[in-house]
Design a protein around this ligand. Structure first.
Ligand SMILES: O=C(O)c1c[nH]c2c(-c3ccccc3)cccc2c1=O
Length: 468
């Protein structure tokens, strides 16, 4: 029965997409026993015998993080890649100082307002390595009662010494999705010495079994060929080259789902609907017909979604959308939909996950799917500048893109509304994290803003919300 399942069972039940949610405290066991993992599960010896790890993230609770590793791995070298500067970097150093096996690496953040959002793990084992790309900060609150997404790579075996793993033009041991080439390009973009060792580890492993595309963002102004390497332009390039056919999916809605929203411009045509939706609605054989903005749906929690969640109003603390930004872009109210996830038992687990997808009008199929650290912002996805000759990105982000063609010549993914259906299905099925179609906001409800008090109705803990 379910409670005897090990993480190895949970992992194998959800192949080949290998797309999981995190476990949530306080919901029925059945929603945590299938298609869901904890950080301890990911780091379990059942996933491999760890020799060293690298944790890319935004927020770290180092003593808590160390305790998530099995005792026998708690002294293995761990590199933490962060974006903290000034006082918070000093705090990181103080916390790390008590752990001799931990070293720090600060990502350069030379663009104003950029952040190191990327959430990724490199897990080096005695017999290979794994890459994990996810959406959760390395703090206990992010793994307690929120909805988070996790992609876990196959176990990549070490290349036999034959493969010339040295730096060369082509990459040995890569996959049809160029996963290894693009992961190396992402890591190299940091230009920091401590990551050189991890670049070598990546080179020395056979990643030909990777069936997802890397969608990364690195700060900078990217032009020429580099313009298509990152952010929404990478998605545009991949969908144009290898996405589903326009005549099949050209009229399907695009759904963005995220936990924060940036300043997107005074009108929807400046960035959201022309540039960003223009990239995410790309498909093969598309003659450039733009997708009508009536086909854009944005899943972002309403005030009621936050009020009724497991954490109460406090759950809104990880949804940092400010009224200052919101009042500049009221047009978003036409696109926003509620967070509802009855199928996964997570309607009351605030979504810190970020996903983007394109689904058929009957909600039975998906043309593609992305899970990423990137929220709906120009900083994360990039904004074209100088007559669209360069893509300006402020933050580090990373995600993975699933295309049906890499999972057995499929034209689309059948959508699985529950984890059990996905587990029991004989063919590839996409474990969608939320209910389709996403419900409209109810009359009288509004978009969640973390700096607006809520004093009319109490949350499940009887509390009101009075932000500082
Ligand atoms: O990368 C992530 O996951 C996150 C990044 N920033 C967050 C913030 C924040 C907002 C403005 C300035 C600095 C921090 C607040 C609450 C949650 C997050 C968060 O979750």
């Amino acid at each position: 029965s379910d409670f005897e399942k090990t993480v190895a069972d949970v992992f194998s039940e959800f192949q080949p997409l290998s797309l999981f949610l995190t476990k949530v405290a306080g919901i029925e066991d059945r929603f945590n026993n299938t298609g869901a993992v904890s950080l301890k599960d990911i780091l379990s010896p059942l996933m491999g015998t760890l020799e060293a790890s690298c944790q890319f993230n935004f927020m770290f609770d180092i003593p808590w993080l160390v305790k998530q590793y099995p005792k026998q791995f708690r002294d293995k070298p761990m590199l933490l890649v962060h974006g903290d500067q000034g006082r918070s970097e000093a705090e990181m150093k103080t916390d790390a100082a008590q752990f001799p096996h931990i070293s720090l690496c600060r990502a350069k953040l030379e663009m104003m307002y950029g952040t190191h959002h990327t959430k990724m793990m490199f897990l080096l084992y005695d017999c290979g390595m794994r890459v994990v790309i996810h959406t959760a900060n390395l703090i206990s609150n992010d793994w307690h009662q929120k909805t988070q997404g996790v992609w876990i790579s196959p176990l990549f075996p070490k290349l036999t010494e034959g493969g010339n793993t040295s730096a060369g033009a082509s990459v040995i041991g890569d996959s049809p999705t160029k996963f290894k080439r693009d992961l190396l390009a992402y890591v190299q973009a940091y230009q920091v010495v401590p990551l050189a060792a991890w670049e070598r580890h990546i080179r020395q492993h056979n990643m030909s079994a990777a069936s997802v595309y890397i969608v990364g963002s690195v700060p900078g102004r990217h032009s020429g060929d580099k313009k298509m390497l990152w952010g929404h332009m990478k998605v545009k390039k991949v969908l144009k080259e290898a996405g589903p056919e326009h005549q099949k999916v050209g009229s399907w809605p695009v759904i963005g789902q995220f936990s924060s929203i940036g300043s997107l411009g005074a009108s929807m045509d400046q960035w959201l609907c022309d540039e960003w939706l223009g990239s995410l609605s790309q498909c093969r054989g598309n003659m450039g017909t733009p997708l009508s903005h009536s086909k854009l749906q944005l899943v972002y929690p309403s005030k009621e979604n936050v009020r009724l969640c497991l954490e109460g109003y406090g759950g809104g603390g990880c949804l940092p959308y400010s009224i200052k930004t919101a009042r500049k872009q009221i047009y978003l109210n036409n696109f926003v939909r509620q967070w509802r996830a009855d199928g996964r038992g997570r309607t009351e687990a605030i979504p810190h996950i970020k996903t983007y997808t394109r689904v058929s009008p009957d909600c039975k199929e998906a043309a593609w799917f992305i899970v990423t650290s990137a929220n709906l912002s120009k900083a994360a996805w990039g904004a074209l500048e100088k007559q669209k000759t360069q893509l300006m990105i402020r933050s580090y982000e990373i995600g993975v893109l699933f295309l049906p063609r890499h999972f057995g010549e499929l034209e689309s993914f059948p959508v699985g509304p529950t984890a059990e259906e996905v587990r029991d299905s004989d063919n590839v099925m996409l474990p969608i994290p939320y209910d389709l179609p996403p419900p409209n906001y109810q009359k009288g409800d509004r978009i969640w803003m973390w700096d607006v008090p809520c004093v009319d109705l109490p949350d499940r803990h009887g509390k009101k919300y009075c932000p500082p």
